[in-house]
Design a protein around this ligand. Structure first.
Ligand code: HAM
Length: 424
């Protein structure tokens, strides 16, 4: 039986991969403008990192993590998200001793054992940024503007920034007690999952997609009403900074996140084209995480955008991005004697940065021309025995069908000039 890629994973290749390159290039550029440096952490970590950082009773850790015992009896996990590894690395490499805030970004695969469906896969990719070392609401606003600018550059529109504040650690405890009291009477009407959540992680009930649970949650007062004065001021400062930056948002009074580390600001960006899995990106503030992982108390804010969902949303808008670059030159040989010269020309053109292919399989000229067509080559260089004698090549422009002879000596210069002109 043929071996296939695992369900919920995919192979990426041209012409889709050019879109990925394009998005990555735009992302890197935006991060650079905002003073972020790239960080690449391993795909494998100790499982404990995630249970400690994300929370033992979260779905992510309980149900979705690819964790296993390795040959050395260590409990390892394929990273389900990028924030915990970044903070682990931040502490391990003493970034906390650098002056100012650390602005780190990552682009790469994450793994979650979820039931695959549109917009939900088991290996997916995130573009994420973390600002570590500030409690200031302006950091939340500047990072949200980074996302908005990124979307603007890509031409993504129609998304909604849903915003809420979960409050500080003390507020979270108080809200959790309040939720217990308020939901006690409705406990039997909750779905089986939420009944379990009631005791283990009551916040998660607010996030349940079941109709019955949603109706119950809708009747609860906004979380914001339960927060302390300093958290309210933080949120007001953020809202003001967002309006100064002309960023639209809506307040989602019951928005919570599936990961336990969040404090204060929490957000999700939804796009209507994405159906049930409509969050194209999400994040928030996690002021307690550095301490949880063994560091000093350190205010932090971050986000991740789902690469695949971003692409789906752009495709739904029929955005043409990351055009497949054409092959500039295909070298066709006629007769075995021409191969040596053709090989030299191939090397010289590539050295000049001109994309060039030569077919070494000694096919007929007709077959080589078919191949050039398939590769969408812009021009073909024909080298036969006549050309060899004359030290020339025949250049055929594929679009016009025009042919001309060019001396081999002038070829690289002439082609570089033409391609340069076309690209202007
Ligand atoms: P998250 O909400 O779990 O947050 O994931 C962020 C984004 O990753 C989602 O909004 C979605 O676009 C994408 N995503 C998540 N799961 C899948 C999946 N199974 N298939 C496809 N796309 C998916 C985090 O991961 C946090 N680390 C974000 C963060 C960074 N918070 C602070 N800093």
């Amino acid at each position: 039986m043929q071996i296939k890629a695992l369900r919920g994973t995919q192979d990426l290749f041209s012409p889709a991969i050019e879109k990925w390159w394009y998005i990555e290039t735009v992302a890197r550029d935006i991060f650079k403008v905002h003073g972020f440096k790239e960080i690449r952490t391993p795909l494998l970590e100790e499982s404990l990192l995630f249970s400690r950082a994300v929370g033992e009773t979260t779905d992510l850790v309980e149900k979705q993590m690819y964790s296993f015992t390795d040959r050395g009896e260590r409990m390892l996990a394929l990273r389900p998200e990028g924030t915990a590894p970044v903070i682990r690395a931040y502490l391990e490499h003493h970034f906390d001793q650098h002056p100012g805030t650390s602005r780190l970004f990552y682009i790469g695969p994450m793994f979650r054992a979820e039931r695959p469906q549109a917009g939900r896969s088991r290996q997916f990719h995130q573009i994420g940024g973390e600002v570590i070392g500030s409690y200031e609401a302006h950091v939340d606003a500047e990072t949200l503007s980074l996302i908005v600018l990124f979307f603007e550059r890509l031409g993504l529109s129609g998304y909604t920034l849903n915003l809420n504040s979960l409050g500080c650690a003390a507020d979270k405890k108080a809200v959790s007690l309040f939720l217990k009291k308020s939901l006690e009477k409705d406990k039997s009407a909750l779905c089986a999952d939420c009944e379990r959540r009631f005791d283990r992680n009551i916040y998660r009930i607010l996030d349940c997609k079941e109709k019955g649970c949603r109706a119950i949650v809708q009747k609860l007062p906004p979380i914001l009403e339960k927060l302390c004065a300093s958290c309210i001021t933080h949120f007001e400062t953020l809202k003001h900074a967002l309006s100064l930056s002309k960023i639209d948002f809506i307040i989602s009074p019951h928005l919570v996140r599936g990961l336990d580390y969040y404090t204060r600001t929490a957000f999700e960006i939804t796009h209507p084209s994405l159906g049930a899995q409509d969050a194209v990106g999400a994040g928030g503030r996690y002021d307690g995480l550095v301490e949880t992982l063994g560091g000093k108390p350190t205010g932090s804010f971050g986000f991740s955008i789902g690469f695949e969902r971003l692409l789906l949303a752009l495709e739904a808008q029929k955005k043409e991005i990351g055009q497949n670059e054409p092959l500039e030159v295909f070298v066709a040989t006629i007769g075995e004697k021409t191969l040596e010269t053709a090989f030299e020309i191939l090397n010289a053109l590539r050295k000049a940065g001109i994309s060039t292919l030569l077919d070494f399989e000694k096919r007929s000229l007709k077959a080589q021309m078919r191949l050039a067509d398939h590769l969408k080559a812009k021009r073909v260089l024909l080298i036969g025995e006549d050309e060899l004698k004359e030290k020339m090549v025949t250049l055929r422009e594929m679009e016009s069908g025009q042919e001309e002879k060019i001396s081999q000596k002038e070829l690289v210069g002439e082609l570089s000039r033409r391609i340069g002109k076309e690209k202007k």
